[in-house]
Design a protein around this ligand. Sequence first.
Ligand SMILES: Nc1ncnc2c1ncn2[C@@H]1O[C@H](COP(=O)(O)OP(=O)(O)OP(=O)(O)O)[C@@H](O)[C@H]1O
Ligand SMILES: O=C(O)[C@@H](O)C(=O)CO
Length: 436
Amino acid sequence: MLGVIADDVTGASDVALALRESGLRTVLYFGVPGADVAPPGEPEAVVIALKSRMAPPASAVRESLAALRRLREHGVRQVYFKFCSTFDSTAQGNIGPVLDALAAALGAPTVLLTPSSPQHGRTQYEGQLFVNGVPLAESPMRDHPLTPMRDSSLPRLLRAQTARQVGLVRWDTVRGGIEALRAAIADAAGRGDRYLLADALTEDDLRTLGRVAADAPLTAGAAGLAGGLARAVADEAPDVDEDGDPLDDWPAAVLCGSCSARTLEQLDALRALGRPVHRLDPVADPDPAALAGRALDWYDALPPAAPLGAPVFHSSVPPAQLRSIQQVLGTDQAAAVLEEATGRIAAGLVARGVRRVIAAGGETSGAVVAALGVRGGWIGRAAAPGVPWIRPTSGTPAALLLKSGNFGGPDFLATASAPPRDHSTAPHGRHLGDRR
Ligand SMILES: Nc1ncnc2c1ncn2[C@@H]1O[C@H](COP(=O)(O)OP(=O)(O)OP(=O)(O)O)[C@@H](O)[C@H]1O
Ligand SMILES: O=C(O)[C@@H](O)C(=O)CO
């Protein structure tokens, strides 16, 4: 069984989908499951979603080691550490410190890793990370609210976070095939390299890397290499788990905390459709309970049977406006207020009958999952690459769609939250009663 430790919840659903699509029966947990929780069915992969990306390094390490212990108790011998395909992290971590701790605990002499995820437009070449062909530091990630990425060199980024030796596996070596790659890894290990950042431009490259890492105790990266690894170890055609799929007529709501360029575009598409949109302004109302209360009052006042479509709650603003809000409240305080308010809104919406909760942003989704008390879920159909519907096994009757900030096309949120085709259903479900 393959065990995955993911540093945020949208990343966890992204990697869980990649594993499922590569043929492994996959179960997803939010947070480290209790010792008494046995995985349902007979999964071939277990993903544990942490919310450790932005945590202080010491607690990210503690949480990751707790996840590792639980995975080992479930019989996992091979571990994948899932971090963001845009290497979201600070100079202190948490990718380096978590890798150091996992590698030590698993006795992994060298660790192969890459954030490359071509299906999401992320590629690594000569150690540089590209986002849709643009160097990371020139992509919209340079304006990320919590982890602005201002360097595209992966070796430099990782070296700032670990004392261990970082090496590079160049693309021509990867293209040279399995044997050349194995020899290059052995050479690098002989030179003392502990982390090997592997160039990868295509799914084929990731499959080659996956085959070489198929027996390694620890591998790391984004969903791309996890898929390559899964394809190397899976021996059956992909299974499809219908249990994760919500019905199209379940009342939906959209909650956006991501300020990514793509999420802003998706919000514009929702506005263009005339969807009811409510903005959360943490400066006007820095008390999360009051901010959430006002949002739910707005929802309660919407005309129940008008075909307005799913309501949208968001705090997403363009970079300049974001900076001025952060200057007033402080970055962490603004995020904390908004995340708590968003969680409260999600819980209030589910209590009012919403059964499809669509959240944009990893931290935001983490807050939603925590507020709904969801501990685990089955992976359903993909609404977009890397974005599966999740059917929780506990905590809420609602299906969840947890979208990484940058994922999905411009119409993704509109399509995913589309009202049922026949408009006889109430737009946000207060007449629908209990579903399925
Ligand atoms: N108007 C705002 N002012 C200040 N902070 C905000 C504002 N809107 C959102 N935020 C915060 O910015 C952070 C956005 O991070 P989040 O992980 O949710 O999105 P993302 O980084 O775009 O997504 P991903 O991690 O999936 O790529 C959250 O902590 C959110 O609360
Ligand atoms: O790898 C990615 O880009 C995503 O799965 C993610 O982690 C965003 O938070």
